[in-house]
Design a binder for this molecule. Sequence first.
Ligand SMILES: Nc1ncnc2c1ncn2[C@@H]1O[C@H](COP(=O)(O)OP(=O)(O)OP(=O)(O)O)[C@@H](O)[C@H]1O
Ligand SMILES: [Mg+2]
Length: 459
Amino acid sequence: MHSQENNQGLVFFIDDEKAIRASVRQCLELADFACRDFARAQEALEQITLQFPGVVLSDVKMPGMDGLALQKAVQAIDPDIPVVLVTAHGDIGMAVEAMRAGAYDFIEKPFEPLAILEVARRALEKRRLVLDNRELRLDLAAAEDLDARLVGSSPQMRALKREIVNIAPTVASVLLVGETGTGKEVVARCLHELSPRRTRTFLALNCAAIPPQLAESELFGHERGAFTGALRPHRGRLEAAAGGTLFLDEITSMPLEVQGKLLRALQDREVLPVGGNTPRPVEFRLVSAANEDPQEAIAKGRLRADLYYRLSTVELAIPPLRQRGQDLPLLFSLFLERAASTYDREVSPPRPQFMAALLRHHWPGNVRELKNLAERYALSSRPEALALPGQAATPQGPAAQGASLAEQVQHFERQIIKDAIKRHQGDMRAVLEELGLPRRTLNEKMAKFGLSRQGQPEP
Ligand SMILES: Nc1ncnc2c1ncn2[C@@H]1O[C@H](COP(=O)(O)OP(=O)(O)OP(=O)(O)O)[C@@H](O)[C@H]1O
Ligand SMILES: [Mg+2]
């Protein structure tokens, strides 16, 4: 009725005279404004909120709450809602008082229809600007929040965060694919927190942790007596997530038969509890996660292809830690700081040699493994001697044998640059970005270490 899509905007018009209401409303609607008219100011006021997408046009002299009182009440809700007052002809005193009290403008009676349209158009433009700016500021706050939750400034993480900000406010189903410990659950929560659903439930369900014979009842619920031991009716997770976000973790561990039922529930937007015969409507945003390649899971018969398409309106890949070495020092010092304060320990920052060893590690457990290491580091009496699984604590190779610290650091620096060149297959722009080095510095270091774009020593 007063949707904003196809018109010039929404005007609330308040006047105690029915004939005037009808004519103003007709005039506004003919010019493609949406108009709601009210005989009493109080009725209009009840519908006004901080997000009110329109403007208020009101007569001043009315029984009950008059126009000036209404204007004050509206400004108390949101001082940025334009209020235009209609004053009696020649009542300059009233007009001046209204303007001083913060009215956006006034029109004198009797008024020309054109005058109303003109002032409504201007006031609505102002209102739209205010709301747009607020939206923008909200986005900035959301972006800062995202940086604190999902730490990392590597190009890969920055690209991922841009995507999160873009799709979080939508209802699109998102499938997160990444190795164990890469932060899939962190991303799922960010998608929820940056959406209008943030005030509702975030419900996480690990499909690998539900016994297969209970999966159906867990998801869709059951009626009393549906099976032995079902003493009470039980509300399923799909229903419990109503209005919020449902996070289905390790989706490829869900029994195939249940996958089929989940697909049907998603398509029909309703669930049939086990032992029931009346479907119940469900509404939630679905985020799911897999730590294996979904195509492979489909090929191996662990994931239904039709369900996969329904889950992955948007598919986000979360890169493994070993591919974003740039994030590692930041994450490690963050986790170290947190561990130090949790365990109330003094922790000295790791030496470059230790950091270099971290950078060479393969990190099969990704960020979770790094976090655990930081905790052990904070608790250990000889943290630098901590061994990474599959790697000796002290650096291997020629640099380790009796070399000075400076020599060892250079050795690792060379290794890091060489690895980056190899990883980006000689794309120097990507290497510069990942390492955060100016081009000249990188060229100098490559020359010094005898590295070429192929990552091999110069002949
Ligand atoms: N970018 C990040 N910034 C801060 N903390 C992170 C980040 N990525 C992961 N973590 C932390 O690392 C741990 C593992 O993350 P999470 O549980 O989200 O991984 P996952 O991909 O869901 O792993 P799994 O597949 O094993 O369930 C958590 O403690 C999480 O808080
Ligand atoms: Mg997880």
